[in-house]
Design a binder for this molecule. Structure first.
Ligand code: CU
Length: 143
């Protein structure tokens, strides 16, 4: 019986480890940019935006994976989102879009499956992020 209980306890410990296995990545808003502006996470991980005084994080229409949920944070408030669908998500800061404030979240390890869709996107704020994303993928050797 004691052995059985010990077995159960270590199973419990394993489960909490895997439940806590999802990572949390923090993106800090600075004056006119996000730091880091490109982050790579695994499905189920969480992205948290901090220092969001006067900033927002808003996904750009047509620049997130098919079937993924768009987001639009409240201006000036910190925000968090868990992303499950692999692919690249391009977002902007609405008040500072003209300064190029925005970023990309890559979910998954390989080349984002929606990269061609991103390249075809016409949003001017989003387009500059596609170039930065391609440079990032090159630098990391992701093909
Ligand atoms: Cu901003």
């Amino acid at each position: 019986m004691k052995k059985f209980l010990v077995g159960l306890m270590s199973l419990g410990a394993l489960l909490s480890v895997s439940a806590a296995g999802a990572a949390e990545v923090v993106v800090n808003a600075t004056v006119r940019s996000f730091d880091p502006d490109i982050v790579q996470i695994q499905p189920g991980d969480k992205v948290v935006w901090r220092n969001m005084n006067s900033h927002s994080t808003t996904s750009i229409a047509g620049m997130i994976p098919d079937g993924a949920t768009a987001w639009n944070s409240k201006l000036g408030e910190d925000f968090a989102i868990t992303l499950d669908k692999p692919g690249a998500y391009v977002y902007t800061c609405t008040p500072h879009a003209s300064f190029g404030m925005g970023g990309v979240i890559i979910v998954g390890s390989g080349k984002p499956a929606n990269l061609d869709a991103l390249k075809a996107a016409t949003d001017n704020n989003g387009k500059r992020w596609v170039k930065k994303l391609e440079r990032y993928l090159d630098e990391k050797g992701i093909k």
